[in-house]
Design a binder for this molecule. Structure first.
Ligand code: PVB
Length: 316
């Protein structure tokens, strides 16, 4: 790790601490993601190996954060004395070296909501970000990878260039999303698709599209669309706006593992939740927030939606 000069800590992600650093040879900024490996005789855990190989595969897209290199650091045991009868497993850290981006979408939205200069996000910037987000998600899906935890904090921005990139692909294929992160930080449910909340285990690309829809609405509103604080409250938020789902709208919904009897709400007009969004934008949003995952628009088709007609796509 001598190649890098650690600067400040950026924060704690779901999987580990992130530091801003400089690569000494080039003077370039990088982000170091430090993951403590619980190593027994098994070596590097499969979850870590999975994240690395997925990232290496996917980070060729402009819209996925680029993994530059991986360093496995075993702490020296020289200073341990007296020698124990059984040698302890040495501390093992994995450093993932990424390109550095200067903020995330959560901070960016916050900065437009509060402070001395609250103002809406520029509609053309929302359109740019949405196009790049759909491109990045389409890229992941075309490689058979689900993100499963898309949220504003996982979307990194180059503010000056107006570039958005997807980060934190670590969950890609792990079995369950933890309720608490490794630091016991509460995991947000706001972007979670209803089929996941209802206990479906055979979910697909639609879970990411749902999250993209929630993020789209949040950029427009500068406020989360469905800010639930428990899985149950999360479902009620969704049902109150989109109506309680029926077997007619969503075949099979009442057979999902965690389905219960809920109050029967009528669907509200989605446009009223995103008052400043154009009719084309509302149409795209409504296609992302369909109850039946099979009816949700794909990331690839979203790129051809009329909402993007006014965007100069040649620059992407
Ligand atoms: N933040 C890879 N990576 C990054 N991961 C996070 C990054 C970053 N760049 C590459 N950049 C920043 C830089 C400054 C700020 C923020 Cl929020 C993000 C700021 O303070 O405005 N991860 C962070 C978490 C650690 C909070 C955002 O998800 C390692 C992917």
């Amino acid at each position: 790790m001598d190649k890098y000069e650690k600067l400040e800590k950026v924060g704690e992600g779901t999987y580990g601490k992130v530091y801003k650093a400089m690569e000494k040879a080039s003077g370039k900024l990088v982000a170091l993601k430090k993951t403590r490996l619980e190593m027994d005789e098994e070596g590097i855990p499969p979850t870590a190996l999975r994240e690395i190989s997925l990232l290496q595969m996917l980070s060729h897209s402009l819209y996925v954060v680029r993994l530059l290199c991986v360093e496995h650091v075993l702490q020296s045991t020289d200073s341990i004395s007296p020698s124990p009868a059984v040698s302890p497993s040495p501390k093992s850290n994995l450093y993932l070296v990424f390109e550095y981006l200067d903020t995330d979408l959560k901070k960016f939205i916050d900065s437009h909501r509060k402070g001395q200069n609250p103002r809406p996000l520029d509609p053309s910037l929302i359109q740019r970000f949405m196009f790049q987000l759909c491109k990045g998600v389409a890229h992941c899906h075309s490689h058979g990878v689900l993100h499963r935890d898309l949220k504003p904090q996982n979307l990194l921005l180059d503010k000056d260039k107006g570039i958005l990139k997807i980060a934190d692909l670590g969950l890609g294929r792990a079995f369950t999303v933890p309720l608490k992160s490794y630091t016991h930080e509460i995991v947000t449910l706001w972007y979670r698709a209803p089929e996941v909340l209802l206990g479906s285990t055979h979910y697909s690309t639609g879970v990411d599209i749902w999250s993209v829809g929630c993020i789209f609405a949040e950029m427009v509103r500068r406020q989360a669309l469905f800010p639930g604080d428990s899985e149950f409250q999360q479902l009620l938020h969704i049902f109150r706006l989109l109506g309680t789902p029926t077997e007619h709208q969503w075949p099979g919904v009442t057979s999902l593992r965690d389905w219960h009897v809920y109050p029967k709400w009528e669907p509200q007009n989605l446009a009223r939740s995103v008052p400043s969004l154009s009719p084309e934008g509302v149409d795209l949003l409504s296609q992302m927030l369909k109850y039946d995952p099979a009816e949700r628009i794909s990331a690839k088709s979203a790129l051809d939606h009329p909402y993007f007609d006014s965007l100069d796509k040649s620059q992407f």
